[in-house]
Design a protein. Structure first.
Length: 363
């Protein structure tokens, strides 16, 4: 039996094409994935991300607990509402999950963890809290009486549309800088997203999510499915857990070194392994120069050895096939490489792993 988000009925009312996404019944598109993609780049679209799992941490030991639990340093979080992106690692330095941490007070933090890893993440966090004897409470907010729905509204007109539909929130969220959040009544509104565009991610009581979804649609916000979400995040160079990294991959090899704070004396799970092993691969972008489509797991042949595509697709913004790839350390941006696509070696150019943001190609 597939799990359903609180917006499942709304998707089906719109005749969305539904798919099994990691055990969740989710919309892949509502007719045209390409049109949904362009709506986000050029106007405004919205996504149901209620399958993601908000987790509230409360208690006196929240900060020391997170300091040991994740690779980034929560000491950076000093202003209420500020968010931090990080990996949570195992002892071998592999990525258990990538997540966002919101600082609300010294005794209250909110995490958002991935849908497919939520159960193992929660078990890991609880086990570590017990092992370290920290006084914290870990409360998931995806199910139960206090469940939250999450709607991501993204695009150059996203802010104006949200202000139109939720005018009571405008004063608190109009000037939110990137990676901040504000609590406004029942709404937790963050200036985060997964598309490379401006916008908000709105958490609210699950039983109110469909009303907000319908109001946003009535205001002209385009419903978008997983298909557009994937091409948008790929163009923006954003990792997807399970494709670009997992428990066998170091964050240093997944383009996430900027999220790992190792220069101070703070210890965290996986730090010893990262120091011992260092960086083995680099995470770069590819643009296909020949005709074809880049896909995950295709071999990349370079003069420094072989690499592998982790995520690839046709880019609606660039009108070319693009990919993220894990490549040997000697490869340089601007190099020409070959990709093995069903036995044919096709030429590709190595580029920085960001292709499009804020409505346009940056190539």
């Amino acid at each position: 039996m597939l799990k359903k988000t609180v917006l499942n009925a709304a998707h089906r009312a719109l005749n969305a094409r539904m798919v099994d996404f990691g055990g969740w019944d989710m919309p892949v598109n509502y007719g045209s994935q390409i049109e949904e993609h362009h709506a986000v780049r050029n106007d405004c679209g919205m996504f149901d991300v209620s399958h993601m799992c908000p987790v509230d941490l409360t208690g006196a030991d929240c900060r020391p607990f997170l300091s040991r639990l994740i690779a980034n340093d929560v000491a950076k979080l000093t202003t209420p509402g500020k968010a931090l992106y990080s990996a949570m690692l195992n002892e071998a330095g592999g990525v258990i999950d990538d997540l966002i941490v919101y600082y609300l007070s010294d005794t209250r933090f909110r995490l958002v963890i991935n849908a497919g890893t939520a159960d193992k993440d929660l078990a890991w966090m609880q086990a570590k809290a017990t092992e370290w004897k920290f006084a914290i409470s870990i409360n998931q907010r995806r199910t139960g009486d206090d469940a939250l729905g999450i709607i991501a509204v993204q695009g150059p007109n996203a802010r104006a549309k949200v202000w139109q539909v939720l005018p009571q929130t405008k004063a608190a969220i109009a000037d939110l800088k990137p990676f901040f959040a504000a609590e406004v009544g029942p709404y937790f509104i963050a200036s985060t997203g997964y598309t490379g565009e401006d916008g908000y991610e709105i958490m609210l009581p699950a039983n109110e999510a469909e009303t907000l979804w319908n109001a946003l649609k009535a205001a002209g916000v385009v419903p978008c499915g997983l298909g557009a979400r994937d091409t948008l995040r790929l163009e923006a160079g954003m990792n997807l857990y399970g494709q670009d990294m997992d428990e066998t991959v170091s964050p240093l090899d997944a383009g996430m070194a900027w999220t790992v704070a190792m220069k101070d004396e703070r210890d965290f799970v996986g730090k010893a392994a990262l120091l011992a092993n260092g960086q083995q691969k680099q995470f770069l972008g590819l643009i296909l120069l020949d005709k074809g489509v880049l896909r995950g797991h295709q071999k990349v042949i370079t003069t420094h050895g072989d690499g592998e595509i982790t995520s690839g697709s046709f880019s609606p913004t660039l009108q070319q096939s693009i990919a993220l790839a894990r490549l040997p350390l000697g490869v340089q941006i601007g190099d020409s490489v070959e990709v093995d696509i069903r036995g044919k070696l096709l030429k590709a150019e190595v580029v920085k792993p960001v292709f499009a943001r804020y409505g346009k190609s940056i190539r």
